[in-house]
Design a protein around this ligand. Structure first.
Ligand code: SF4
Ligand code: SF4
Length: 135
């Protein structure tokens, strides 16, 4: 089993289509929708965690691309502006996944994009505008 966390961007024409159902039925994937922003007649965006065999994941991505779905990794979606961060650690308590964590020796806060689910819980607790979401 392989696991991938990605962002799907849907064109307005696909908003009504049962795309995630097709991923489960046709490609035997486990689909965990972590976040979705869908507005009728506008581009939709969804953060999903997918589990399945590497072959099926590849086939599913091929299918999605032929349908006009853009697939992006999460790396660029959240930014930790280290130049503004004062390492107060407030965000680490708000972060449910450990994507923001504090080094117990140096007391420095760091961000691991691979653990982030773009829940944005960290943004309101940061008084220094050191975390930004592009989702
Ligand atoms: S809350 Fe803001 S300033 Fe404090 S550690 Fe987190 S990112 Fe840095
Ligand atoms: S968006 Fe959510 S998961 Fe990502 S760093 Fe902020 S609190 Fe953690």
């Amino acid at each position: 089993m392989a696991k991938k966390k990605v962002i799907f961007s849907f064109p307005p024409t696909l908003i009504e289509e049962p795309v995630t159902y097709k991923l489960v039925k046709s490609y035997d994937l486990q689909v965990n929708i972590l976040r979705a922003r869908v507005v009728p007649r506008e581009k939709g965006r969804m953060v999903v965690e997918l589990k399945g065999t590497p072959e099926n994941l590849e086939k599913a991505f091929d299918y999605l691309e032929t349908q006009g779905v853009q697939i992006d990794t999460m790396i660029q979606e959240m930014r930790h502006h280290t130049d503004r961060c004062v390492h107060c650690t407030a965000c680490t308590a708000a972060c449910p996944t450990g994507a923001l964590s504090v080094d117990q020796e140096t007391r420095e806060v760091s961000f691991d994009a691979s653990l982030c689910i773009i829940c944005e819980a960290c943004i309101p607790v940061c008084s220094y505008e050191a975390i930004e979401s592009l989702f």
